[in-house]
Design a protein around this ligand. Structure first.
Ligand SMILES: Nc1ncnc2c1ncn2[C@@H]1O[C@H](COP(=O)(O)OP(=O)(O)O)[C@@H](O)[C@H]1O
Ligand SMILES: Nc1ccn([C@H]2C[C@H](O)[C@@H](COP(=O)(O)OP(=O)(O)O)O2)c(=O)n1
Length: 230
């Protein structure tokens, strides 16, 4: 009988860090290069926030958010070359990036019922990824996938992060962008339920003075090392 072709074992990669450190760009490129699925968990928290705003939920009231947490159907497409996100069947990839959603997402994502709901979706997607998955967010290595094969924690100076984000948001003020980033970092790091944090066993990479290509190569090498050891 012919021997079955040897395929690489499925690998689970967790990439965490604050805004603008390069999580999305790095994760997508690494997943595409290695034939893995890709999940942007920030997009899921943005999607549920978008739904709350559109349905008139008072986002200053955690109990109102908690009561509605199960209502929207959120579906993430995990192809790294064309990730998608829908809420109740509507494509929300654009609307979840507005400043309004960005300014409200930390409050919504701090509510434990929201985190429980979204964490369940994330674990289910990770568990069904045939070749493995790169999952990026804030609490993936610490809470969502504590048994991930590889955990990476990306950092960068506030100046580098603000410059990158201002480059994306045409005409935005770099100082205002920096302040908004630091405010969101503080909210995400100080919430009670699974805050933004580096897992003890995560590899920390400071991307301030690295090109995106250098960060991608660094993470690809780390994944290949883990795969070879499996
Ligand atoms: N190492 C890097 N050097 C320069 N620019 C980068 C680097 N990594 C990412 N970027 C750019 O910075 C912006 C934010 O990156 P992104 O991947 O969205 O970060 P995050 O997902 O952590 O918020 C994007 O425009 C991206 O192209
Ligand atoms: N695993 C995650 C991912 C994101 N969040 C929350 C906190 C973040 O400020 C928002 C938005 O995350 P997102 O990754 O889209 O933010 P940036 O695009 O990096 O600015 O979602 C979270 O609480 N847990």
């Amino acid at each position: 009988m012919e021997k079955a072709a040897r395929t690489a074992p499925a690998v689970i990669v967790a990439i965490d860090g604050p805004s603008g450190t390069g999580k999305s760009s790095t994760s997508k490129a690494v997943a595409a290069q290695l034939g893995l699925s890709y999940l942007d968990t920030g997009a899921q928290y943005r999607a549920i926030t978008w739904w709350m705003v559109n349905n008139g939920i008072d986002i200053t009231d955690p109990s109102a958010i908690a009561a509605a947490a199960e209502k929207p159907e959120i579906i993430s497409g995990t192809d790294p070359t064309g990730p998608t996100i829908t809420v109740d069947g509507a494509d929300v990839a654009g609307p979840i990036r507005t400043q309004e959603v960005t300014s409200k997402v930390s409050a919504v994502s701090a509510v434990p019922e929201v985190r429980a709901r979204i964490t369940e979706l994330q674990r289910s997607l990770a568990g069904s990824a045939e070749h493995g998955i790169v999952v990026e967010g804030r609490d993936i290595g610490t809470t969502v996938l504590p048994d991930a094969d590889l955990k990476v924690f990306l950092t960068a100076s506030p100046e580098a992060r603000a410059a990158r984000r201002s480059g994306e948001l045409k005409g935005s003020d770099i100082h205002q962008t920096r302040e908004a980033l630091l405010k969101r970092d503080a909210a995400d790091s100080n919430r009670k339920t699974s805050p933004l944090a580096k897992a003890d066993d995560a590899v920390e990479v400071d991307t301030s003075d690295l090109t995106l290509q250098q960060v991608i190569e660094c993470v690809v090498t780390l994944v290949e090392e883990k795969r070879a050891a499996k």
